[in-house]
Ligand binder design. Structure first.
Ligand SMILES: [Zn+2]
Ligand SMILES: [Zn+2]
Length: 336
């Protein structure tokens, strides 16, 4: 099934033609739980990975034995998912609640030393045929995104991400036994396997990064709109919530800066970097439902419908920025 973002309720570029200079196309990935194949774009794989190539490992020195058992994270999610499907009002049975209460967090793999390498998790793989705006190094048509599921890297103590570009046709024997860590730092670092339904949408730059003149005029328009809403003549809308940047997992487009305000993300070569992949906790924001795809409108209230991947990092968003000049320059992460 495809996913269709409704047309924006207001043609903001017709009202403010200068916004054309602040327009980009992004691809909403619309991940939904499923059983993707290695030859398909997905969240959480399985990846199209050569059987004879070493799987990416985290070699950073940090605690690796304490957190949640990966098997428990999956068990808990399966129990909850089945329970809410079976009984949308009450959810898990007493017996199931007991099982869930018995799952512990803490030190699960005391034999793991801080210096031991651990396999990274499969985050997402994206074929360029599915994501029109995705371009990598010459000839590469598949991007694979891995992360270490411990928020323990770098000065900001975040997850660590590895990007791998490859030529899909060069993968002959596909790895079937995907290595995985026994323990993850936090359950919300673990993505559920999802199939993708990529869809291109138009975005406009974050409000604080527009020229002051446009910011003021959009602000005035929003104030007039609020007056009309108070009179019962219009529906509530906002530039930030409904008209500029799409929520959810996506490739390209613009970054939201609601938590910290805009930050410059520069490459070591001096170029201003762009968001490659946004990893998001929610596919739609409950404050502005205009982004809910038409196909999801009937099921949007179901348990877990808005967070199909189960991932929650930072305050909800992890953005992987890459260099527009050379995609092989080191990426940078930003969290909101
Ligand atoms: Zn690590
Ligand atoms: Zn660069």
């Amino acid at each position: 099934m495809t996913r269709t973002t409704p047309e924006r309720p207001v043609d903001i570029e017709a009202m403010f033609p200068e916004l054309a200079e602040y327009r980009r196309t992004s691809t909403r990935l619309h991940p939904r739980p499923g059983t993707p194949k290695p030859q398909e774009s997905s969240v959480a794989g399985p990846f199209l990975w050569p059987a004879d190539e070493p799987w990416p490992m985290c070699h950073a020195v940090h605690e690796k034995g304490r957190g949640d058992r990966l098997a428990d994270v999956r068990l808990e999610r399966r129990i909850l998912d089945e329970a809410w499907r079976r009984d949308p009002h009450r959810g898990p049975s007493d017996e199931e609640r007991e099982t869930l209460a018995g799952l512990e967090t803490g030190l699960h793999a005391p034999e793991l030393r801080d210096t031991d390498p651990i396999p990274m998790l499969a985050g997402a793989q994206l074929f360029t045929r599915d994501v029109p705006g995705l371009t990598g190094p010459e000839g590469c048509d598949l991007l694979q995104v891995f992360w270490c599921p411990f928020e323990a890297h770098g000065p900001d103590q975040t997850m660590d991400v590895v990007l791998k570009w490859r030529r899909a046709r060069e993968v002959a024997d596909v790895l079937t036994e995907i290595p995985e860590p026994i323990v993850v730092g936090r359950a919300e670092c673990v993505p559920n396997p999802c199939v993708l339904h990529p869809e291109e949408v138009v975005e406009h730059e974050w409000i604080e990064l527009l020229s002051e003149d446009i910011q003021e005029r959009i602000g005035a328009w929003e104030e007039d709109l609020m007056d009309a809403v108070a009179e019962g003549e219009e529906y509530e809308l906002s530039y930030t919530g409904d008209l500029s940047i799409a929520p959810g997992w996506k490739v390209g487009g613009f970054a939201r800066w609601g938590l910290t305000g805009p930050a410059r993300i520069d490459c070591s070569c001096g170029a201003s970097m762009r968001p490659l992949l946004t990893v998001s906790d929610e596919e739609w924001d409950w404050g502005s439902l205009t982004w809910v795809p038409l196909e999801d409108r009937e099921v949007m209230d179901a348990m877990g419908a808005s967070d199909p991947t189960g991932v929650y990092v930072g305050r909800g968003q992890m953005r992987i920025f890459t260099c527009p000049v050379d995609p092989t320059h080191p990426h940078r992460l930003n969290f909101q």
